[in-house]
Ligand binder design. Structure first.
Ligand SMILES: *Cc1c(COP(=O)(O)O)cnc(C)c1O
Length: 425
């Protein structure tokens, strides 16, 4: 797979290079010129892992052998993505059955495997900032991987206690730093690490954010899995609805469509951080200050994957009519959660945003699939308040809750972070 930098067209890299570099020159995203067309009917008849292996072979088979791709897929996709019926013609694609109970497990685990393949150096240090889900998925995916050190920065007291326990109790090669500051300060500290050439070369620093192309490619596979589970005669009528923040998940769905996956269109559903729906429906791009919402993993007003979607449109890989976009208010999110509960389906705020947008958009003869991106227990407090009932903690969450956090506390000060990082040499 050849990828070019969307800002600096002369910079062209292979898949493995893109995995290692992450972001290109001038902060440009790497993206392929086109995508291979797949024999879809054939693929949809296969089991998940075998099909995912075929999809990856078509994408990156020029760089990795079938055996290596088989191993990557087998080690990354160790859990199912079941399609749960909610009511007539409406389903939730449950993407939260992985080790950290969020869809980010798919991308993070595949990326961990891909980075191991791409790595030529003795040791790699992954430095990442998290406001919750990413930290847990990345820490779990790299836990005990030889030659890899992970450093997770997070704002002390500003991620849920449950989320903090998920990544701070692992130990081994996972160092977690509780920063006395907010998420923006954590992100700014990480940027300073990448600007510090001495630290970058001493520790071979790599990021693990959703810019990494390997995360997107992994997510393409579960769109195929969703369509495979829908009744065959409904395939041309499927409408996906995706709860969106950085728009990696939506971009993966569009890549699946560009590769020939039959579905009718895809909905970009956001909370009140609505830069994309306003842009899509009114025609101008204007970020505004980020607002805190119930669906906090989507509290982003400058989504970093959007240029990739724009490139797919410009290159004619997708059509404008393939996308509809809506924003959902906090009140409508709560209403959607309660409506789902009445249908016998306990959900959480991110999926509820997607469900609400889907209900607004879906026509009578169509089949709706909204993406369930997190287990309800990850948002236990808000779900319990809204639904007025108790949510059981799944075993993995209950177990890590009992362990002590191993985090070290640091001030939001780059020199202190630098000193700590250089001790890892
Ligand atoms: C990260 C996240 C999202 C947003 O996904 P993007 O790919 O960034 O659009 C939605 N829901 C949950 C639970 C998440 O953790």
């Amino acid at each position: 797979m050849r990828l070019t930098n969307l800002k600096v067209a002369e910079q062209s890299v292979s898949f493995l290079q893109a995995v290692q570099i992450g972001l290109g020159k001038q902060q440009g995203l790497f993206f392929p010129q086109s995508f291979p067309q797949l024999p879809v009917d054939n693929l949809l008849a296969m089991p998940f892992q075998q099909r995912s292996q075929r999809i990856m072979q078509a994408l990156i088979g020029d760089e990795l052998s079938d055996a290596v791709i088989g191993k990557l897929v087998e080690q990354a996709f160790t859990f199912a993505a079941p399609l749960q019926s909610v009511k007539n013609n409406l389903y939730c694609l449950e993407l939260f059955h992985g080790p950290t109970l969020a869809f980010k497990d798919f991308g993070a685990r595949f990326m961990a495997q891909a980075i191991q393949q791409a790595r030529e150096l003795e040791k790699t240090t992954i430095v990442t900032a998290t406001s919750g889900d990413t930290g847990a998925a990345v820490a779990d995916a790299f836990y005990k991987q030889p030659g890899i050190q992970v450093v997770v920065l997070y704002p002390e007291g500003k991620v849920s206690a449950l989320q903090e326990k998920q990544f701070s109790t692992l130990g081994d090669n996972i160092l977690t730093l509780a920063v006395d500051g907010d998420f923006d300060q954590c992100q700014s500290l990480v940027k300073q690490v990448f600007d510090d050439q001495e630290v970058v070369s001493a520790l071979h620093v790599n990021s693990a954010n959703s810019i990494n192309i390997s995360r997107l490619l992994a997510q393409v596979c579960y769109y195929f899995e969703a369509v495979a589970q829908c009744p065959p005669d409904s395939r041309e009528q499927i409408v996906f609805s995706v709860p969106s923040g950085n728009f990696g998940n939506l971009c993966a769905g569009l890549i699946a469509k560009a590769m020939g996956l039959p579905f009718k269109r895809i909905i970009a559903a956001t909370n009140s951080n609505d830069t994309v729906p306003r842009y899509w429906n009114e025609g101008y791009w204007q970020g505004k200050p980020t607002q805190a919402t119930l669906s906090n993993a989507m509290d982003i007003s400058e989504p970093n994957n959007w240029p990739r979607i724009e490139a797919m449109l410009t290159r004619g890989l997708i059509a404008r009519s393939d996308i509809h976009a809506y924003s959902v208010t906090e009140a409508d999110t709560e209403t959607a959660l309660r409506a789902l509960d009445k249908l016998g389906y306990v959900s959480e705020p991110h999926a509820a945003v997607a469900y609400s947008a889907l209900e607004r958009d879906l026509a009578d003869n169509e089949v709706g699939v909204f993406l369930g991106t997190a287990h309800p227990a990850k948002f236990k407090q808000s779900v319990e308040e809204i639904l007025g009932k108790t949510i059981e903690l799944p075993g993995v969450l209950a177990a890590c809750q009992k362990k002590d956090s191993l985090s070290e506390r640091i001030p939001a000060d780059y020199q202190q972070l630098r000193k700590r990082l250089l001790q890892l040499r």
